[in-house]
Design a protein around this ligand. Structure first.
Ligand code: AMP
Length: 394
């Protein structure tokens, strides 16, 4: 098999994360981050093996960052870059699979940008910059929402009048699709079960978190909705709240829509509950030291997560296992244990020793014998994006 090299790009409004992926190798040949773009502090940093470097690019934008990154990438893969895979947060109802980028595809992504006003314009900037720098190179868009396009209507519709769906595309879309797909497929393989005859609950727990029900390799329900705000408690996002909260905060506290959105997306979740931090490591340590806010935040996080997983189970005909992934799911034995303690009705029971002993970054089974599988499976969205991009390489 010919060795392939795919550059994976993930753009934020002022940042650009990148990794050069060779699917045959577990480590990225080069990976890095350009941040503070369009400000005097703009900087690109990257890592090749253990070697770390930084380059200041004052007021540089996404294109300037790529112009610095691309020669490094080309040098490492000896000028044999096969393509670029771009992570795009929202594909609306239009994009159900990885899509080769053309001017028409860019216009479609632009048209659905109101669904992800912070994320899609940033991805567009990155895609346009990459096309400017390498107009002849294969470029593919991989959408966070695409995996969930298999959800049945009872799972993706909100209980609001039909017109809002049919005329304005207001429905549940779901996010983190690349990760839910990757870990559910990897876990089926790990457990020697056929992907197309297996049924999983997945919990992607990072700064943003979501759950998913995956049946025969397809998403059948997920906790995030029209936006990544719906669902479980997250680092700074509230997850589910009573929709009546908007009107209440507006009438009683005179808050504007922007203020309410800021409250619910940037000041809530673990940070809001603990009054301390959105970082689970900090919260676990503070809980050990008896911090009340940190203890409460962890309790609420696990309880709400368990509730979400139990509700996802409705979508499955049988349960082959629960999968934990993401920075928290892969690393926190405490969160796994507390969450599973609420799921006895599903028959799930954790093996405390296997749970605490599992080495970082490895896949493993942590359930008690003769109970449904509980699996820790490291996610690798970059690798999945590279594999999806490779499908277009002739
Ligand atoms: P991610 O967005 O997937 O990078 O995950 C970030 C989250 O993972 C943060 O809340 C981190 O505190 C959390 N995390 C990373 N390592 C650990 C760890 N060893 N124990 C608990 N949480 C961790």
């Amino acid at each position: 098999m010919v060795s392939r090299n795919i550059l994976v790009i993930n753009c934020g409004s002022s940042s650009l994360k990148f990794a050069l992926v060779n699917p045959e190798q577990s480590q990225f040949a080069i990976s890095g981050l350009a941040e503070c773009l369009n400000t005097p502090q703009a900087v690109v940093s990257w890592k090749i093996g253990e070697d770390k470097n930084t380059l200041s690019i004052p007021s540089g934008d996404h294109k300037d960052a790529l112009s610095k990154i691309m020669p490094l990438v080309q040098e490492i893969c000896h000028g044999k870059l096969d393509g670029i895979g771009h992570r795009v947060v929202h594909g609306g109802h239009i994009f159900t699979a990885p899509t080769k980028i053309t001017p028409q595809v860019l216009s479609e992504i632009e048209r659905i940008s109101p669904l992800a006003p912070l994320h899609n314009p940033a991805a567009l900037q990155g895609m346009r910059a990459a096309l400017d720098v390498y107009p002849d190179l294969l470029q593919v868009a991989i959408f966070d929402t695409a995996f969930h396009q298999t959800m049945p209507e009872q799972a993706f519709r909100y209980c609001i009048p039909e017109d809002y769906y049919s005329k304005h595309n207001i429905r549940r879309y779901g996010f983190h699709g690349t990760s839910h797909r990757y870990v559910s497929h990897q876990t089926a393989e790990f457990c020697n079960l056929p992907v197309d005859n297996s049924h999983w609950l997945t919990a992607h727990l990072g700064n943003g978190s979501s759950t998913c029900a995956v049946s025969n390799g397809k998403s059948v329900d997920t906790s995030m909705g029209l936006t990544p705000q719906e669902g479980v408690c997250m680092g700074t996002r509230s997850g589910d709240v009573d929709p009546g909260l908007f009107g209440h905060l507006s009438r009683v506290l005179g808050m504007s829509i922007n203020e309410i959105e800021n409250l619910l997306t940037k000041q809530s979740g673990l940070l809001g509950l603990s009054g301390l931090s959105n970082d689970m490591r900090t919260l676990e340590q503070s809980r050990e030291e008896g911090h009340k806010g940190a203890t409460l935040a962890i309790e609420v996080f696990c309880y709400r997560l368990a509730k979400s997983l139990a509700s996802m189970a409705c979508a499955l005909p049988r349960l082959d296992g629960l999968i934990f992934t993401g920075g928290i799911g892969e690393n926190s034995s405490l969160i796994r244990e507390l969450t599973v303690s609420w799921l006895k009705l599903l028959g799930l029971e954790i093996d405390t020793q296997a749970n605490t002993k599992l080495a970082r970054g490895t896949a493993g089974l942590i359930n008690k014998p003769n109970t449904p599988r509980i699996v820790v499976m490291p996610t690798n969205e970059e690798r999945q994006i590279a594999l999806d991009t490779l499908l277009f390489v002739k």
